[in-house]
Design a protein. Structure first.
Length: 74
């Protein structure tokens, strides 16, 4: 199974709790990101700075998810 960019960010941060702290969110928010496979745009810079996962990778995952949702709604 391929890891999504959120899972990679969690690994690089060391834990869900560490990533949550770096992003200024609760543990449960990061769990939601893992399930959805993307990070909300306003948190991308903080996650990138804390983990080294590029902003481009994180934003690309967000865009892909939005496109999936739009396709499903059409």
């Amino acid at each position: 199974m391929t890891k999504n960019c959120v899972q990679v960010a969690v690994e690089r941060a060391g834990s869900i709790q560490s990533l949550a702290k770096a992003a200024g969110v609760k543990y449960q928010a990061v769990q939601g990101w893992i399930k959805s496979g993307y990070i909300p745009p306003k948190r991308i810079k903080a996650v990138s700075d804390a983990t080294g996962v590029t902003q481009a990778e994180l934003f690309s995952a967000y865009q892909a998810r939005i496109q999936e949702q739009e396709s499903a709604a059409a």
